[in-house]
Design a protein. Structure first.
Length: 127
């Protein structure tokens, strides 16, 4: 190989398609971080209820705005995704579900479960 060769020495992400499990692994870590931040915001909302009526009105106004509801729905979605993927990891901890097909199927189940459970939760809450 010549020193002036411009080819990469290893496969780059631009040329290599990551498997679903790799994306779900990153999403699991990200959802944990999002959930930690969202819990802080929920604590602030609950704490504002013990404060002055003005502070609760302010926090309640934010939570009831379209952006607040979108953020709460996103929190619900990440919470259910993190839970479903955590259950998937529990199966992996005992050595089940490592073959490629089962890993793909269980990943899709996690995504579907998170979406369905989030929608059900919000439908029940709206009723």
């Amino acid at each position: 190989m010549a020193w002036n060769d411009k080819r990469p020495l290893s496969p780059h992400l631009q040329h290599y398609k990551l498997p679903l499990t790799a994306y779900l692994s990153v999403a699991h870590r990200a959802s944990g971080i999002v959930n930690s931040a969202a819990i802080v915001l929920l604590v602030l909302l609950i704490a504002s209820a013990s404060g002055s009526p003005e502070s609760y009105a302010f926090m309640s106004g934010i939570a009831n705005s379209w952006f607040g509801k979108l953020a709460l729905f996103g929190f619900t979605l990440t919470l259910y995704y993190h839970m479903a993927n955590g259950i998937r990891h529990l199966f992996w901890d005992v050595g089940l579900g490592f073959d490629v097909e089962t890993a793909k199927k269980s990943g899709n189940v996690c995504l579907i479960a998170a979406g369905v459970l989030s929608v059900i939760t919000w439908l029940v809450a709206a009723a």
